[in-house]
Design a binder for this molecule. Structure first.
Ligand code: NCD
Ligand code: ZN
Length: 433
């Protein structure tokens, strides 16, 4: 099937091209001049939209399996395409966590036929003797949590982290790290609110763990991606190391780039997230680092829970992010708070490069025909009741956005458009490293 996309403004390597796109099934065939004669099977009218390479979210928790009540492959990838994402990289802290090749294999098999966009899967490298088999099974990278145990194993001590670095270095894959030093996290009792939670998950916890990791990583040639950096001090330290090494990558979330602690007073437990929402100075500094080219990836950290789990005495950390990322981030860019072209790179070419997603992240000949169409519109308020995610709440409630996703194309077919909503075509494929 040969399709011609007309009336779009195409984002290509930092330029906006007034051209048409030819796609043949799952591939981008060419960019052609407007008006150039070509025999095609159908014409798709972009109606003036800005056409980006299909967005990639390198930090999604799709859940499913035993925690499908929070989110499952269908609802999670529906939220993805409604939010303009055509690729999501799924985090391994599922129930049970993805710690063995068998579990990874099962997860991949169960995702096939249920996913509306392309999905890659991280694995959790708890057992050194399973790492090679996890790679063989096709994990896209590894992810660890430094502040929590899984299956009674943790990475609290330098010695265990060092062993892990040595083992992951051999694989050549990227190690993603949730960096919080558990010895610097305050005690949280049986009952806490967002402010108490934020105080416990101190700035020092993040900064200390980043320092420890960088210190240990020196010996190795290991690619490390620091997930959701939330503090000025934390990103400053990584920025310093990035001047001497190409091995370190930074990720920031839309929430940490937008919201400050005043939101904790407003929406309280809904906002609980790890790492927590910080002060205004941190938000401003993260934005500055974005302008300076220090931020590589924007990850949504889409972390759905039920409303009960959020509003109880010990609120679960995290909130959905796939359907708010584009409206929030492109509005910030439009207002001049964050750099427009770097924002696009952080959602397309950068994650594609860092995770070796060949065929993704750019509108190039022979790449996968994944595309995201955006439009700038008059102000409207974010409304979580319309989410496709099962988690219908957000700390961005009432945020005045000026950007919408008008269409999402996965492998040559529309899976979301503004008028019809999500079109339940499960065209997504599992991406292996
Ligand atoms: C994540 C989740 O719910 O899976 N929550 C969060 O607050 N970010 C876990 C995590 O990344 O720590
Ligand atoms: Zn995390």
């Amino acid at each position: 099937m040969l399709t011609r996309i007309v009336n779009g403004r195409i984002w290509k390597d930092g330029n906006i091209l007034e051209k048409d796109i030819l796609i043949e099934d799952e591939k981008i065939l060419d960019l052609i001049r407007k008006g150039q004669k070509v025999q095609v099977d159908r014409i798709l009218d972009a109606k003036g939209a800005l056409i980006l390479p299909g967005l990639v979210d390198a930090h999604t928790h799709l859940r499913d399996s035993r925690i499908s009540y929070k989110e499952d492959f269908v609802s999670g990838t529906s939220a993805a395409v409604a939010g303009g994402f055509t690729v999501v990289l799924d985090m391994p802290n599922t129930e049970p966590p993805i710690t063995s090749p068998e579990r990874l294999e099962d997860r991949i098999a169960s995702a096939r036929k249920k996913i509306l966009c392309d999905v890659g899967f991280y694995a959790m490298p708890l057992y050194m003797d399973k790492i090679e088999d996890l790679v063989r099974t096709g994990c896209i990278g590894f992810k660890i949590y430094t502040h929590k145990s899984f299956e009674e194993i943790n990475f609290f001590e330098d010695e265990t982290i060092d062993k892990l670095f040595k083992a992951v270095e051999k694989t050549g894959l990227t190690l993603s790290i949730h960096a919080e030093d558990p010895s610097k996290i305050g005690y949280l009792g049986e009952k806490y609110n967002a402010i108490e939670h934020a105080r416990a998950h101190s700035i020092e916890a993040e900064v200390n763990m980043i320092k420890r990791i960088l210190n240990l990583a020196k010996k190795y040639n290991l690619k490390i991606r620091f997930c959701h950096i939330s503090t000025a001090e934390g990103i400053k330290i990584v920025a310093g190391e990035k001047r001497y090494s190409l091995n370190y990558f930074t990720e920031v979330t839309p929430a940490h780039l937008t919201l400050d602690e005043s939101i904790l007073h407003k929406y309280d437990k809904i906002c609980v997230v790890e790492p927590p929402i910080r002060g205004k100075e941190d938000v401003i500094f993260l934005r500055k680092m974005f302008w300076n080219g220090v931020i590589d990836i924007i990850g949504t950290d889409h972390a759905p829970h039920t409303l009960d789990e959020k509003l109880c005495d010990r609120p679960a950390p995290g909130f959905p992010g796939l359907e708010t990322a584009v409206p929030v981030l492109f509005t910030l860019a439009k207002k001049g708070f964050i750099p427009f072209s770097k924002l696009i790179e952080s959602l397309t070419s950068n994650p594609a490069r860092i995770f070796n997603l060949n065929g993704y992240g750019a509108i190039d000949k022979d790449n996968v025909s994944n595309l995201t169409f955006l439009k700038f519109v008059p102000e409207y308020e974010i409304d979580s009741s319309k989410f496709y995610s099962k988690a219908k709440f957000t700390p961005f409630k009432g945020f005045k956005a000026e950007t919408i996703v008008t269409r999402t194309i996965v492998r040559g077919e529309t899976v979301y458009d503004r008028e019809s909503g999500v079109i339940d075509e499960r065209r997504g494929k599992v991406i292996k490293h």
